[in-house]
Ligand binder design. Structure first.
Ligand SMILES: [Zn+2]
Length: 214
């Protein structure tokens, strides 16, 4: 058996032994399992597996995305997020942000500790993916920055405050900009010159209507 596989199986056994005493695992806080992720990641670093995942500019590529893992219009709990529909019905759901180290051409990924989207103590507004991502960064961003990491994120992450937050941890980033969300950026980049573009920062005077700029 390859040493890495043997090591991973040993760690998985340790995880199961850790979880076994908690017969009602559903009632346990997710933070209970975070040390397991740290232990696994440190082991993968020591065995150089993490470094073998370096690619773009020798950085680690960290894909950030959220996913729903439960949804119902009938079953719900205090930790549910809710979606109100126009017809008055409510969908209850659970979602989570799942950071994963990826490498182009490699079908193996390294999952890092997830951050759950869940009601926060004292918060008035419902929790959301971007807030969960910020909580994750507060706990892991500095270490990722030291490891030379580039964050991948979707259109949801692509706004200045989040970019500044990433930079504050020393992280590089590649974020999706949907043309429908960032028409001015499409114009600025010369992809789709837009006569209605009114962004002050757009230098493409030939594509922009300067009279319509603020
Ligand atoms: Zn729930």
């Amino acid at each position: 058996m390859p040493p890495l596989l043997r090591w991973l199986l040993a760690r998985l056994a340790a995880l199961l032994l850790l979880a076994e005493p908690f017969a009602g695992l559903d009632a346990s806080p997710p933070s209970l399992l975070k040390p397991v992720y740290s232990s696994l990641f440190n082991g993968l670093r020591e065995s150089r597996v993490v470094d073998s995942h370096r690619s773009l500019n020798e950085s680690l590529l960290l894909a950030f995305d959220g996913t729903e893992y439960f949804s119902s219009e009938a079953i719900h709990c205090d930790q549910c997020s809710t979606r109100q529909h126009a017809n008055g019905t409510v969908t209850y759901f659970h979602s989570v942000v799942t950071p994963v180290l990826v490498k182009p051409g490699c079908d193996e990924v390294i999952p890092l500790a997830p951050e759950f989207v869940t009601p926060q103590d004292g918060a008035v507004k419902q929790d959301c993916e971007i807030n969960a991502a910020k909580r994750w960064l507060a706990g892991h961003g500095a270490e990722c920055g030291r490891l030379n990491t580039t964050v991948f994120g979707d259109d949801l992450c692509c706004h200045e405050p989040f970019c500044l937050e990433l930079r504050s941890y020393g992280l590089s980033f590649i974020l999706v900009c949907k043309p429908a969300t960032y028409e001015w950026l499409e114009c600025w980049a010369g992809q789709t010159p837009n006569s209605n573009c009114c962004a002050r920062s757009c230098p493409r005077a030939s594509g922009c209507s300067t009279t319509s700029r603020p």
